[in-house]
Design a protein around this ligand. Structure first.
Ligand SMILES: [Zn+2]
Length: 139
């Protein structure tokens, strides 16, 4: 069962982040890395903020991490989310990707269980369009 209900709007790929979403479709968490200085960045963007290079590659990362911060949504921001509240929104510091933090959810944690520093691991959630979204579960 999906963490957030059917009808929740799905993200749309653009020129910069389409390799990221293609990785999600294959259940590979790929994070953009500068081809010149090696700095990871997310969300994907055309220019490295560290060295201004346009060269980039997408590198698969392990899919483990630590909850950097989180919040609990008590009010639905979209009508499809009415039945899902309260739900958590976590910012996960990914292992093996520099200082990249991914906004997601910890699908098996009740709101009172959430904690900064909680170790989590990736769990792919199927979407209605045949792709997957990176969610997390307690490690
Ligand atoms: Zn760079």
């Amino acid at each position: 069962m999906a963490y957030l209900p059917e009808g929740t709007p799905l993200p749309a790929a653009d020129l910069d982040d389409s390799p990221y979403w293609e990785g999600c479709r294959r259940r590979e968490l790929r994070i953009q890395r500068c081809a010149d200085c090696g700095r990871f960045r997310h969300p994907p963007s055309p220019v490295c903020p560290a060295c201004r290079s346009f060269g980039a590659e997408f590198v698969e990362v392990p899919g483990t991490g630590t909850v950097f911060t989180y919040t609990v949504a008590h009010h639905p921001v979209h009508p499809a989310l009415k039945a899902a509240v309260p739900y958590n929104i976590a910012v996960v510091l990914l292992d093996g990707a520099g200082d990249v933090r991914l906004v997601s959810n910890v699908v098996d944690a009740r709101p009172g269980e959430m904690a900064v520093g909680m170790r989590v691991r990736l769990r792919w959630e199927p979407t209605s369009d045949g792709s997957y979204l990176p969610r997390f579960e307690k490690a």
